[in-house]
Write a protein that binds this ligand. Sequence first.
Ligand code: G6P
Ligand code: MN
Length: 443
Amino acid sequence: MRLTILGGGGFRVPLVYGALLGDHAEGRVTEVTLHDTDPDRLRAVTGVLAEQATGVPDAPAVHATTDLDEALRGADFVFSAIRVGGLAGRAADERVALAEGVLGQETVGAGGIAYGLRTVPVAVDIARRVKRLAPDAWVINFTNPAGLVTEAMSRHLGDRVIGICDSPVGLGRRVARVLGADPGEAWIDYVGLNHLGWLRGLRVNGRDELPRLLADEKLLGSFEEGRLFGPDWLRSLGAIPNEYLHYYYFNRETVHAYQEAERTRGAFLLDQQAAFYSDPSYASWDRTRAEREATYMAHNREASGAGERDAADLEESGGYEKVALALMRAIARDERATLILNVRGRGALPSLDDDDAVVEIPCLVDANGAHPVSVAPLPGHATGLVSSVKAVEREVLEAAEGGSRATAVRAFALHPLVDSVTVARRLLEGYTAAHPGLAYLAR
Ligand code: G6P
Ligand code: MN
């Protein structure tokens, strides 16, 4: 089986390859093609993969190319993990927003919109090529903002593109752990949009265990989201939000903490990764990875007093390659699995009546793809947020398609975390000045 990884020179590719190396079963991936626009990054990552494969007799063969069409032709699965504009682009997304006094973050708020405006045209081009060159391939999209980018690609590939994120499964695992439940046995009632979802229940043997957690102050204080949001707010909500909802519920505090920080996350990673790519090896990759995980959401944790990450979280983090592999296996070998994925909702989430809207929802996966499971509606406040953010995503898709500045301003202005139309206009000015990739917004 042939797997193509777009963004193949990316820092997380060794995680995916490491997971492939552990798979010795029939029907496993035997060939990996890495595609990247940057030959130096490709070389660096190919070297790390070669070190990883030492001594593994059935290690998948690795090819690398900068030719996109060549990479796609004949692929069975395509992992799309690109970063348009690189980490310098991410740092600019964060900086421009913070300078306007609004959240500067990779996927949420103004930063996420800027990233989406840059990425959607590139993702659509990829989708068109996949359709032409590998029409039977399944595309697994990791590219952020994952929900929006998956929806853009689904307009060309239908249900053959599936978006993934590691945060819902990570949340489910943490909640199961504090409840003493086996995450593999529990039904995790989690739904929303990517980075905008809520865990509303965790059922073991048909019994919802979440009320037991919400009633127990000590248990609530013993895991990441409990400390991040605080027991009182979790009780008020009656659910455990995705960690990215901290940017909504504690927006002022986060914006302030991010403005005070010496560097944004993107700027930190830019330095960190430059050091790795200038002298790449497996050992330096592994060190860099550990530091990256340990400092994940550090500013947010500081702002909320949540402290260090749990040792168990650090051990288990990097879950996204596991989600990708579980998904690929379920499809390729018809090994049925239940996974929380980004797919067209088809009415499975009653709060969104548009069948084509991509939502993050539990899915049954088999050889025919990912089938969303019908879930209970979200409460009004969550439906409100999901609808607002979906409307913003639709403006981004329209702007990306038509190149209209007025539409792009609408995307910024309608976002719940952008508090003024004047600010929205200045954001668009700032982002078009910072990103050559936004020059298409000219109408
Ligand atoms: C989580 C999210 C990803 C995001 C990543 C950022 O894994 O689910 O969508 O890309 O965090 O981590 P970073 O180390 O790049 O800040
Ligand atoms: Mn994610």
